[in-house]
Design a protein around this ligand. Sequence first.
Ligand SMILES: Cc1cc2nc3c(=O)[nH]c(=O)nc-3n(C[C@H](O)[C@H](O)[C@H](O)COP(=O)(O)OP(=O)(O)OC[C@H]3O[C@@H](n4cnc5c(N)ncnc54)[C@H](O)[C@@H]3O)c2cc1C
Length: 529
Amino acid sequence: MKQDNNVHRVPVVIVGAGPTGATAATLLAQYGVSSLVLDRWDGVYPQPRAVHMDDEICRVMARLGVAEQFGAISRPAHGLQLRDHDHRVLAEFRRDIAPGTNGYPQANMFDQPELEGVLRQNLSHHSGIELRGNTEVTGVEPLRDGRLQVTYRDRLDATTTTLQADYVLGCDGANSLVRSTIGSTMVDLHFQQRWMVVDVATDADLGQWEGVHQVCDPARAATYMRIGDSRYRWEFQLLDGETAERFSDFATLKPLIAPWTGTVPDDALKLIRVAEYTFRAQIADRWRRGNVFLLGDAAHLTPPFIGQGMGAGLRDAHNLTWKLAGVLSGDLPPIALDSYEVERQPHARAMIRLALAIGRFMTAGGEAGNLLRRVVVPRIGLIPGVRRRIVDSSTPALHRSFLIRRRRGPRSLTGTLCPNPALPDGRRLDDVLDTGFALITSEPLTLAQQHLLEQRCATLHFAAPDTELASWLRRGHTVAAIVRPDRTVMATARRPVDLLAEVPDFRRTEAAARRRTTTSSDAVTKDQQ
Ligand SMILES: Cc1cc2nc3c(=O)[nH]c(=O)nc-3n(C[C@H](O)[C@H](O)[C@H](O)COP(=O)(O)OP(=O)(O)OC[C@H]3O[C@@H](n4cnc5c(N)ncnc54)[C@H](O)[C@@H]3O)c2cc1C
């Protein structure tokens, strides 16, 4: 940390060390950008929350360097069943548990506190990250030169500290202080329900279908899923006047979980926790003011019916951090940062809408709700577009921006994630693309063209005929694609030469990333000596 007239100065302050803040800090550190991460608690938040992660987010885990650790604490799931209140299956949407186009199973179950433990542990591998727990951020004020003054209070000794930062990332969750300091407010998308979350451990086999069961019942909607070898999660809608506290007594809870636990004796079921949540659908009306950005739950709240809320925060961090690193190194113009909200806001909104649609299927009452469940839901699978949306785990393309040159056409690849196929040497595409830009082409380049890409520190990847990448380009009616560091397609063309001038020069950012890699591998070597 630099000292500036006795005031500490850091490039980036991250408020909140939840999954979003920890991800942002790690990705920045990979580009050699130091950050100070402040969180009001010393350890991870222990309450039950996220349990599902899709295969796109698994690629972020790999990028953070924790794919193996995540594999060890997660379990692939078989998809989603919509059931009626008698548990008859109305519709089933299967997910492949074998690695798919993103290189991972499409649906993965886990326990959020365990994942947060992995992410926090991983922070310690990066010398550029300082995590301070027990610190409550109380103010973020803009200074005249565009920098920010951040004030925080030590929760143990009540001392107050002030420091200066070039950028502040507000990853401080649903009740974000950073959001209010930039004058942003949550827009209500008109959904609010109280639900109870129940976690149970048992070594008994419940013998259930190994996917997510969504019980569509206006009397009491419910969700069940197995999240680990011996861990199970239920979520039940609470009725008016009910509180979760009432169900913390096992005898009261038992009738609700009995349809799944069957003949398993009570003493074989260990109740881990019962918690109450209000599920909301909200999105911030602005995600940035000057050098302050909102990420994660601070910017959007997604009801958990499709298990995408935490994923959205990780997508935010993956989207913003390389842009910030590029602007700090001087490789990208400051306007590149405007693309963060332009790209992420509509995507987050689309995922919230999908969650609301599923939530309404599950809980809508009256004749309309019954019709929906009895007639529409069982036929959902017959409507190709809808079926694809639910079965296929891929999420919508990002909007056109300074860093997404959108071509018209339904098959355009721009704004979508490039696939992550296995390569002949056994690695996956993501392993060879590394942290910079890439050009993927099914037409070879001349030596001079290759040299130009090298100078810009971009990776050239040739998509050989009959490979998954070649057919991906063909399906998108294109021959070459610029892929950004977050693996989103920035631009495509029928001739690779037409893209060369558009590949950003990322050489200073990549040089910083390499310096960082060398320094940390030196540190590891010294540690081992
Ligand atoms: C019941 C339930 C089920 C869910 N299921 C899923 C799921 O299956 N899949 C999925 O993707 N998502 C799911 N979610 C959503 C997911 O849990 C959240 O989206 C995710 O935790 C948000 O992460 P975050 O880092 O943005 O915020 P948080 O996890 O809320 O972290 C914010 C951090 O900021 C800190 N902080 C706040 N204010 C300050 C301050 N002033 N100073 C210092 N520190 C501060 C807090 O201590 C906290 O550590 C679920 C949520 C619920 C409630």
